[in-house]
Ligand binder design. Structure first.
Ligand SMILES: [Fe+2]
Ligand SMILES: [Fe+2]
Length: 194
């Protein structure tokens, strides 16, 4: 994880697992907004224009430092609890950690491509369009599946017993863009989101 001034900013929260679910859903909303920014970059490349590669770079860096490094591990803990506490609700969940690592892998490949362009390398436009589109599609599919299926199972588990997931020692790591608005590493992203 890249250390940025003022981030990660963590605090131990006294909270309920339902609060954690609220956070995960909020993360999804934020990620969806970021995926829309990526859509715009794809449209520009499709139209033969050069996208804002610095913005592209910030987005891919954000995806690796927050969704991959904070959001997904948080979900993995909750899913593990679901498997252990409620195997009856945990059918077909074996692919989840794979999904998370596939997404992280696709994201880091794309980030490397963007970094290479920024360093002056020639990367084929079509390849960039293809990889970005595949990444966005994969991410959206994953979020949709979690919202429509997985999170509902977790809600069921928490409705039956809110203490199934112990979050008393859980550290809240703030989103560097949406919560903290750290200008240093994400200036263009924050401008684009305003
Ligand atoms: Fe996930
Ligand atoms: Fe998620």
């Amino acid at each position: 994880m890249v250390a940025r001034p003022g981030w990660p900013h963590t605090e131990v929260m006294d909270m309920d697992a339902r609060e954690l679910m609220k956070e995960l859903r909020e993360d999804h909303r934020n990620m969806s907004v970021v995926l829309e920014l990526l859509d715009t970059l794809v449209e520009q490349m499709d139209a033969g224009k050069d996208p804002d590669f610095e913005l592209f770079d910030e987005i891919m860096r954000y995806m690796t430092v927050y969704p991959d490094a904070v959001h997904h591990p948080k979900e993995d803990v909750v899913y593990e609890q679901l498997r252990q506490a409620r195997p009856d609700l945990a059918e077909d969940l074996d692919h989840v950690p794979d999904d998370h690592s596939d997404i992280a892998h696709l994201g880091s490949l794309l980030r490397d491509e963007v970094e290479a362009v920024n360093a002056g390398a020639a990367v084929r436009r079509e390849k960039m369009i293809e990889d970005t589109t595949a990444y966005v599609r994969r991410m959206r599919k994953h979020i949709l599946w979690e919202e429509e299926d997985l999170f509902k199972r977790i809600d069921k588990m928490l409705d039956a017993d809110a203490q199934t997931v112990d979050v008393s020692r859980y550290e809240h790591i703030k989103d560097p863009v949406f919560e903290l608005e750290i200008e240093a590493g994400f200036r263009r992203m924050i401008e684009s989101l305003r």
